[in-house]
Design a binder for this molecule. Structure first.
Ligand code: NDP
Ligand code: MG
Length: 329
């Protein structure tokens, strides 16, 4: 694996160029402000009437409607939600692309699954910080950076990699280190991680643990503390010191129980489920499902959101969190 740092990237490549940041949400505000403070000419692009226009202007940024920003820019970074990138691209960006421009992304979904098919005469690159936008901004302000990925999908100018690195430097990524990946690898591992482990797997592990205790007659409040609340303590330890660091900090009883009994829960069956998820991601089944779900206005998505809202674990949790004065509203 190759790692890129400050000395591998030349901000000079962005001199005289204009970067359009389309969207001003979590990633958009961080990219726009960090690039601007790195001396890059930035235009924020938003749809007409978007309330974020005022926010971006108040932060001292130049703001224009999408198609105007795209027209004036040499590098166009698309930071609107993944589900609407394809329509924003087709309506506002594609008609304004010039040969030699660069189209940039922070996630590969729309390129990898062919929802956006760019012309051959432009560069297509990815610069994806491995953290939420607010961390990307905060770290930059304090002189640090969040590690980032870069990927090259199309290198029309022959300078696409250098350009991606310059951009990564502009948002602070090379201060922490930049790893090169591909659109395919980033998209597939990102989807797999969120489904199997981070969002899907973890939530269901929590719910199954909570329900097992409650169904066995234990107080739901106790189940909440044991199966949800303490997840943060454990995850913080893993984040700081890996699995070994976590096991070093917990009791010997917890260490033995975890090492020996964990595989009883996450065994062959869970692994088979993960392989199925990965296959659906690799063959495009998941992408098709998600794209069609959005076209249908999310009937299944809304149903599942509603089911979670009504889940007893959420009601108990809302009550218990009132006891925790340090939690933000
Ligand atoms: P957000 O939802 O936080 O922000 C999206 C922004 O786009 C908002 O300002 C939104 O305005 C605006 N927007 C909505 N519709 C339009 C439109 N038609 N034209 C222009 N702007 C529009 O998105 P994220 O920052 O989370 O995600 C952006 C990209 O970054 C995605 O590809 C995502 O996968 C990727 N990414 C996100 C990370 C994260 O931690 N959030 C991490 C790494 C990558 P409004 O709020 O008014 O709708
Ligand atoms: Mg992700």
């Amino acid at each position: 694996m190759k790692l890129y740092y400050e000395q591998d990237a030349d901000l000079g490549l962005l001199k005289g160029k204009t970067v359009a940041i389309i969207g001003y949400g979590s990633q958009g505000h961080a990219h726009a402000l960090n690039l601007k403070e790195s001396g890059v000419k930035v235009i924020v692009g938003l749809n007409q009437g978007n309330p974020d226009m005022k926010k971006a202007e108040a932060a001292g940024l130049t703001v224009k409607v999408n198609h105007q920003a795209a027209k004036e820019a040499d590098i166009i970074m698309i930071l609107v939600p993944d589900q609407i990138q394809s329509s924003v691209y087709h309506d506002d960006i594609e008609p304004n692309l010039q040969p030699g421009n660069a189209l940039a992304f922070a996630h590969g979904f729309n390129i990898h699954y062919n929802q956006i098919i760019p012309p051959e005469n432009i560069d297509v690159i990815m610069i994806a910080p491995k953290g939420p936008g607010h961390l990307v901004r905060r770290q930059y302000e304090s002189g640090n950076g969040v590690p980032a990925l870069i990927a090259i999908y199309q290198n029309a100018t022959g300078k696409a990699r250098e350009l991606a690195l310059a951009y990564a430097k502009g948002i602070g990524g090379t201060r922490a280190g930049v790893i090169e990946t591909s659109f395919k690898e980033e998209t597939e591992t990102d989807l797999f991680g969120e489904q199997a482990v981070l969002c899907g797997g973890l939530s269901e592990l929590i719910r199954a643990g909570f329900n097992t205790l409650v169904e066995a007659g234990y107080q739901p409040e106790m189940a909440y503390f044991e199966c949800i609340h303490e997840v943060k303590l454990i995850v913080d330890l893993i984040y700081e010191g890996g699995l070994g660091g976590m096991y070093y900090s917990v009791s010997d009883t917890a260490e033995y129980g975890g090492l020996v009994k964990g595989p009883v829960i996450i065994g062959e069956q869970a692994k088979a489920g993960m392989k199925k998820l990965l296959q659906d991601i690799q063959d495009g089944s998941f992408a098709t499902e998600w794209i069609l779900e959005n076209k249908a206005n999310g009937p299944k998505f809304n149903r599942y959101r509603q089911l979670l809202k009504n889940d007893p674990i959420e009601k108990i949790g809302a009550e218990l969190r009132k006891m925790m004065s340090w939690l933000k509203k």
